[in-house]
Design a protein around this ligand. Structure first.
Ligand code: PBG
Length: 330
């Protein structure tokens, strides 16, 4: 069929036919809220590089969790911001049973057992140098000793009641080691969300400010473990390995600059695939909105709908609460 019998604009003409032929739609159940946790009580400490995002003490986090539950957001990804004195060269605070994250998990689970909790597994909040792993005398991030530490961290999170551990560190072999340890230690149901295709991206800058790893990291990059932005075949190899090692869900990160990778991963493997709209994406959208350059709601909904179209089953986003409210408004 060709023009004029075929007129593509016919179906676009009215809202009803646009709705009927819509291929993808963003739902509240696609969203995972992201939150930063700090010590203290009744504290909301703003993140300057992420306007409207705050680091919350556990009591305030509980309020945010309540909003997630109320709005129907299925899960919350937690990032602790430990105090400087909790940081060390060996990151041992990461597996202390009563550390900040684990205390938060106890409180959240007691109140909202239905809310899925996702724990970040990487050493950067706990290391004095801000790297995701343990370093040798020359500053090199050591793979195998780091994996041992990550296993301890994942087990401690599972013991604290985390539903899903999310290794975001990009060490080789960590998914297999964590899976094996979870099985052996009596946590066969703890899910693993693998940050499989995690790029060495400038878009993590505001996050590093939020968790306080930026200053510690200094000029040290993460190029020896996070992926080169120029590659996508490599992402498929990473995903394949993580799935073989026992990941339940794989993730691509960042989102908007990696939608092609997301589509390739989903097409190739057909497994649950999440995407992370990272801090820098949030900051860009927020800044443009604050300047009045574009409409915030329209921008964010377009960006997240594009993630769905590219194959995401769920999206981690600092905008999740706002988006859930917008979706409920209709
Ligand atoms: C660290 C970690 C980072 C993010 C999640 N976990 C930053 C990094 O790798 O330096 C980034 C999240 C964001 O930018 O929103 N393991």
């Amino acid at each position: 069929m060709r023009f004029p019998a075929l007129r593509m604009r016919r179906m676009r003409r009215d809202a009803f036919s646009r709705a009927l032929m819509r291929e993808h739609s963003l739902q509240v159940t696609d969203l995972i809220m992201v939150a930063f946790v700090i010590e203290g009580e009744a504290r909301c400490v703003a993140v300057p590089s992420m306007p409207s995002v705050a680091r919350l003490s556990i009591d305030k986090l509980l309020e945010l969790a309540g909003e997630c539950v109320h709005l129907g957001i299925p899960a919350l990804a937690l990032f602790p911001v430990p105090e400087q004195k909790a940081k060390s060269d060996d990151a041992r605070e990461a597996w202390q049973p009563d550390n900040l994250l684990h205390r938060a998990v106890h409180v959240l689970k007691a109140r909202y057992p239905q809310l899925g909790l996702i724990g970040d597994v990487a050493l950067d909040p706990y290391t004095t140098h801000g790297q995701d792993g343990l370093i040798d005398a020359g500053g090199e991030v050591m793979n195998d000793p780091t994996v041992e530490a990550l296993v301890k961290m994942a087990l401690a999170q599972a013991a604290a009641g985390i539903d899903m551990v999310a290794p975001s560190d990009m060490m080789d072999g960590r998914i297999g080691c964590i899976r094996e340890a979870l099985e052996k230690t009596g946590y066969p149901d703890t899910r693993i969300l693998a940050y499989s295709a995690k790029y060495a991206s400038v878009f993590y800058g505001p996050f590093r400010n939020a968790v306080g790893s930026a200053a510690n990291l200094g000029s040290g990059g993460k190029y020896s473990y996070q992926m080169d932005v120029a590659n996508s075949d490599e992402a498929l190899r990473e995903v394949e390995l993580d799935l073989a090692e026992g990941a339940d869900v794989v993730m691509v990160k960042p989102a908007l600059s990696c939608l092609d990778v997301l589509r390739r991963v989903k097409d190739r493997f057909g497994t649950p695939t999440f995407v992370y709209q990272v801090s820098g994406e949030y900051a860009m959208l927020k800044a443009a909105a604050q300047q009045g350059f574009m409409d915030e709601k329209a921008m964010v909904l377009e960006a997240l709908t594009a993630c769905k179209r590219a194959g995401a089953d769920a999206i981690l986003s600092y905008y999740a609460l706002d988006v859930a409210r917008w979706l409920h408004e209709g």
